[in-house]
Design a protein around this ligand. Structure first.
Ligand SMILES: [Cu+2]
Length: 497
């Protein structure tokens, strides 16, 4: 409906203009062409002057009106360390181009006013003015040299890569139609290698090479979380077409090119919460976030940083949005601890796992902290708390400890040595396969083997006891291989503290 009205209005306007033209033509015939022309020239000259004033006022007023919504102005100060210098560069450029913009517009319209047709004025021609040539060559040259040099200096500062041994966090963003796959390096701080031939949309979306141990702990979060004040290097790449990694609030923008990894280094300096506090000062942000819910949270409260794609990469382009959260370093560490490695949750012990049956360094490390936590919490709770000792393995049907059991037992020895007053019982358990008595005796021997190992590692024999329980207390069903595996175990019980 609005479209139809607009079209009708435009047609009507065209008709009116044509009619006015016809009227002035007729008037010209009646009153003599010259008089009418002079009048029309005067009128047009005045209209142009009015247009100039309205136009310039509009330009400045709209810039002023929207200043709180523009990046770099009002509450939108850059949230990254380098952002300020980029904003500064924009402002310097705006200053010079602004002067030229205003001056040329005034000159353009003033000249058409001042030099409108006048019978009594004669044109003045001149061939060459050296002064003028020098004037309009030298001044723009100086300004341009200044802008280019300043721009280069800023560019080199903003685009500088990480120096050798400089502490930083490296993350990776892979664009595809239509989303971003994000990858973090996990506790080792290093991203694993990728090979496009290994890409499988279901089980290996990034084509990570599992033989590379650096891939074991990499995780793929659904949003970017980063600590304030730490240098971040983002590896940027694409799987299909050109995308663009754009973090507007951090003044980070870089093409994601298939087959050609790019990068951007930046340091966030404002947490999401601090940015919200800045926005809170602006009236534009003190309105309900959802107009349908006037009592709901205000706009500034629901603000989030975002990652967008700044390349028109296809019809789903708009949906390439990911949340970005900047938090205090302690909160970041906490978040890191909650992330699950992609390999461990999706690939471990499947056919794609090249380490099937082996104990991984990553597992040894994570188990160390886990055991420590379990032991500390057991000391804090009532006597009788049981800890399942993972990663204690015996040869099949025998009480001989496998070499890889040393990690768990060494860690346990460390904890017991640090708490000499704690008394514990080691207990052996088997599955239900085979003879009951054999199982009981085997579990007894295995518990004893674990005890002997701990004594060798300096734990006082007085704080240790060992007992076999055979097959009587299974954790899970004995009908499946996984269940039986879970039932064959060594446990630790706190007797007294
Ligand atoms: Cu895109």
């Amino acid at each position: 409906m609005i479209g139809l009205i607009t079209i009708l209005t435009l047609i009507l306007l065209a008709v009116i203009i044509v009619q006015i033209g016809k009227i002035s033509e007729l008037a010209g015939k009646i009153r003599g062409e010259e008089v009418v022309n002079a009048e029309r020239n005067n009128r047009t000259a005045v209209y142009l002057m009015i247009f100039l004033v309205v136009f310039l006022v509009f330009c400045f007023a709209s810039a002023w009106w929207y200043k709180d919504s523009m990046l770099g102005y009002g509450p939108h100060q850059a949230a990254s360390a380098h952002g300020g210098s980029l904003d500064g560069l924009f402002n310097i450029t705006l200053f010079f181009t602004g002067i030229v913009f205003v001056a040329t517009h005034i000159a353009l319209f003033w000249f058409s006013y001042k030099y409108r047709e006048d019978k009594n004025r004669k044109s003045y021609f001149f061939v060459h003015s050296t002064k003028l040539e020098v004037f309009w060559t030298v001044i723009p040259s100086i300004v341009l040299i200044f802008l280019v040099v300043k721009g280069l200096v800023t560019w080199n500062e903003v685009m500088a890569d990480i120096g050798d041994d400089e502490e930083h966090i490296e993350i990776e963003a892979t664009g595809y139609q239509f989303a971003w796959d994000l990858r973090y390096p996990g506790p080792d701080g290093k991203l694993g290698t990728r090979d496009f031939k290994q890409i499988d949309p279901g089980s290996n979306p990034l084509g990570q090479v599992w033989e590379d141990p650096k891939n074991i702990d990499d995780f793929q979060p659904s949003e970017i979380v980063l600590p304030k004040g730490k240098k971040v290097r983002v590896r940027i790449t694409s799987k299909d077409v050109l995308h663009n990694f754009y973090l507007p609030h951090f003044r980070v923008k870089m093409d994601a090119v298939p087959g050609l990894p790019t990068y951007f280094v930046f340091t966030p300096i404002l947490t999401t919460e601090e940015y919200r506090q800045n926005l809170k000062e602006s009236p534009e942000w003190q309105v309900p976030s959802d107009p349908a819910e006037p009592d709901g949270p205000q706009r500034w409260e629901t603000f989030e940083y975002e990652l967008a794609c700044a390349e028109l990469c296809g019809k789903g382009h708009y949906s390439m949005r990911r949340l970005v959260k900047i938090v205090e370093p302690a909160e970041y560490e906490k978040w890191l601890g909650e992330q699950d490695s992609y390999f461990m949750s999706n690939i471990r012990n499947t056919d794609a796992d090249p380490y099937k049956g082996q104990l991984l360094d990553y597992e040894i490390l994570t188990r160390e902290t886990q055991l420590k936590d379990e032991f500390t919490s057991a000391l804090g709770s009532a006597d009788g708390t049981v800890i399942n000792l993972k990663n204690v393995f015996f040869n099949s049907g025998s009480p001989v400890l496998q070499d890889k059991s040393k990690y768990e037992l060494n860690n346990l020895a460390k904890l017991l040595n640090a708490n000499p007053s704690v008394k514990v019982e080691l207990s052996g358990h088997t599955d239900s396969q085979g003879d009951d008595n054999m199982n009981l005796s085997l579990s007894d021997k295995r518990a004893l083997a674990a005890q002997n190992y701990l004594v060798k590692k300096g734990v006082s024999p007085l704080s240790l006891s060992a007992k076999g329980y055979g097959e009587v207390s299974p954790l899970e069903t004995n009908d499946t291989a996984e269940g039986r595996q879970a039932n064959r175990r060594t446990e630790l019980k706190i007797i007294s503290k």
